[in-house]
Design a protein around this ligand. Sequence first.
Ligand code: HEC
Length: 138
Amino acid sequence: MTHSNAYLTAATTGAALLLIVASAHGADRTAASAAPKPQAVAPPPAFATCNTCHSVAKGGPNGVGPNLFGVVGRAAGTKPGYVYSPAMKGSNIRWAHAKLDAYLADPKAVVPGTKMMIPGIKDAAKRSDIISYLETLK
Ligand code: HEC
């Protein structure tokens, strides 16, 4: 019965190929989860205060403040659908790390007239944690 033998061989080869594919896929997944994956990063404790006014979900809503997904590298005052203060709209800022750091330390000093009413975060380590987190939201 050459015919069924050939079939068996093909079936076995197929199964072996499947195993190879499956284990290669497994290796891929391990490598991917070992690397820092943007979406997998949890917000630092210091971010809890931001959450009351800002959503960080991709495509998420604006709240009291604008949605912050993708804010790092974005021009200030440009999130569609959000009504900014004239001060923020006219600020000509692009949100790089250093600008965010200064703004979070003292919002009114960097954007006089901003309607983000927080006193500012004095702890540099907390600001750094927050900004590193914002950088993953892309
Ligand atoms: C009480 C509400 C409130 C809290 C708390 C708050 N924000 Fe805001 N945030 C705002 C508002 C309102 C604006 C819009 C400011 C404007 O138009 O002048 C804003 C604007 C911003 C912007 C500029 C966004 C853009 O699209 O240009 C960033 C960045 C930002 N907030 C980050 C933070 C971070 C990080 C925290 C936590 C440390 C935080 N905010 C906490 C209300 C808040």
